[in-house]
Design a protein around this ligand. Structure first.
Ligand code: 13P
Length: 246
């Protein structure tokens, strides 16, 4: 299975989200080897969920709290997401790590809560520009995985890993196919050897209709986590078409 995932971040209000799904659901989405997941803002989850009811498009959230309930002002729990039939949740996005101090230990807690409550996590990892420049890419990725995945029990859930180099996010400069291939190979091997995990690995960072065919052709790339290009329904659909053609 391949995954074409939109991360709308803090974009698209309710009416814009509804317009998007109205347009997208009119298109041919019959390929059953590629799952589309839309991750709107929390405030749009309810309406997007209703809008997706008769479609095969799935729903994701962009974050969740590690506690199941309690005095955590401004936070959202797994049961609140499940009310909207939200099956997926993005965890550890670099923007949350960077701006909201989300550390790997917190992600480990979040993964445990999400998995224990039957949601499917999309775990994001990636190195910064400086870390790559200093040849720290693999040690950074290893560290992120070691802590986040420590003692997690996946059970019957699905878990996806998204490799999103921080320097490629929102810059218009995706990682080269050589870099993506090298990292994905490393991750596949590391996950198998250390966690006995064989899970889909996605690429994220300036994915566009122009570069998506070349990236999906890389062995081991199982899909995309798309930011900017997921905000325009036609561009997002073009990427989906490029995925299903290959
Ligand atoms: P861009 O596609 O805008 O680079 O964002 C990628 C991303 O952060 C998806 O989670």
């Amino acid at each position: 299975m391949r995954y074409c995932i939109a991360n709308w971040k803090m974009n698209l209000n309710i009416s814009e989200s509804i317009d998007f799904i109205r347009s997208l659901s009119k298109k041919n989405l019959q390929n059953n080897k590629t799952t589309i997941i839309l991750s709107p803002s929390f405030t749009s989850l309810s309406d997007v969920s209703k809008g997706l009811k008769k479609t095969k498009i799935q729903l994701g959230a962009q974050n969740v709290n590690s506690n199941t309930h309690g005095s955590y002002t401004g936070e959202i729990s797994v049961s609140m997401l499940k009310e909207f039939e939200c099956g997926w949740v993005i965890l550890g996005h670099s923007e949350r790590r960077q701006y909201f101090n989300e550390e790997d230990v917190i992600l480990n807690d979040k993964l445990n809560t999400v998995l224990a409550n039957g949601l499917n996590p999309i775990l994001c990892i990636g190195e910064s520009f400086d870390q790559r420049k200093n040849n720290e890419t693999f040690s950074v990725l290893k560290h992120q995985l070691d802590i986040a995945l420590n003692n997690i029990e996946i059970g019957n859930n699905k878990i996806l890993l998204a490799y999103e180099p921080v320097w490629a996010i929102g810059t218009g400069l995706a990682a080269t196919t050589d870099i993506i291939s090298e990292v994905i190979n490393y991750l596949k091997e590391y996950l198998m050897q250390n966690f006995s995990l064989n899970i889909p690995i996605l690429y994220g960072g300036s994915v566009s209709k122009e570069n998506s065919s070349a990236i999906i052709d890389i062995k081991g790339v199982d899909g995309f986590l798309i930011g900017t290009s997921s905000l325009d329904v036609n561009e997002f659909y073009d990427i989906y078409l490029n995925m299903i053609k290959r």
